[in-house]
Design a protein around this ligand. Sequence first.
Ligand SMILES: Nc1nc2c(ncn2[C@@H]2O[C@H](COP(=O)(O)OP(=O)(O)O)[C@@H](O)[C@H]2O)c(=O)[nH]1
Ligand SMILES: [Mg+2]
Length: 258
Amino acid sequence: MSATPPKVIVVLPTYNERENIPRIVPALFALNIPNLHLLVVDDNSPDGTGQVTEELAEEVAYRGRINVLHRPEKQGLGPAYIQGFKRALALGADLVIQMDADLSHQPIYIPQLLEQTREYNVVLGSRYAAGGSVDEGWGPLRKLLSWWANRVYAPAILRIPVLDATGGFRCYRRASLIGIDLNRVKANGYVFQVEMIYLAHRLGYRIGEVPIHFPDRQHGDSKMTGTIALEAALRVWQIKFRHRALKSCDRRSTEYGD
Ligand SMILES: Nc1nc2c(ncn2[C@@H]2O[C@H](COP(=O)(O)OP(=O)(O)O)[C@@H](O)[C@H]2O)c(=O)[nH]1
Ligand SMILES: [Mg+2]
């Protein structure tokens, strides 16, 4: 008799990713990870991503393993993730993976992320850990800014021992997603990732990093702009002042209601 493997749910936020969904879905299930499920969180993408995903979910190979959470409109990454994480927990996830739909986060790293959850409560796919890298096409300025934001700016202000605080390729153990208390998270844009990792650190969770290569998306458009990046940089201070007094004893202990 073998024990049931942990239930793994990949939460994938999408906005106009109709070309990428039919690429990432087979790549995820080709990993052959037992008990792996997918939850797509679509903000009513005008390009019909939600519908494309529903059709894939009906295919025999994936039936019963793909859920789609349809949100009425584009409300930013933070609220999409929070609703998606709560749904994943309600569906019984033991481990929750978050990643972008555009294949910049390559499914091949998922086994390593899962493996590291034996030791860590939260595991990051890390572009800036030793052995990690970003797309060869990035110009020197973009490379420098991203490296500086992740390796210098965010760790210095927040005092977190993390080399890729803005990355969105992660795996959380169930207990840490509850303990963090998602109702504390206020960020709705890209700084959401930073707020989550700061909360995890303040609450005493162990954070591990797996080096990844991060290629640029080949299909569809990035929603990132210079203004968004600047706003995120300033909001790091807000995050610090909001949560700096938290300690391990402030972990949430009860499940979320629906
Ligand atoms: N549901 C939802 N997904 C979003 C939103 N904004 C971005 N995304 C998705 O989040 C992921 C990361 O966005 P992307 O534009 O690739 O950001 P970049 O990688 O920083 O350029 C992709 O899968 C997007 O489709 C949003 O407002 N709502
Ligand atoms: Mg992207």
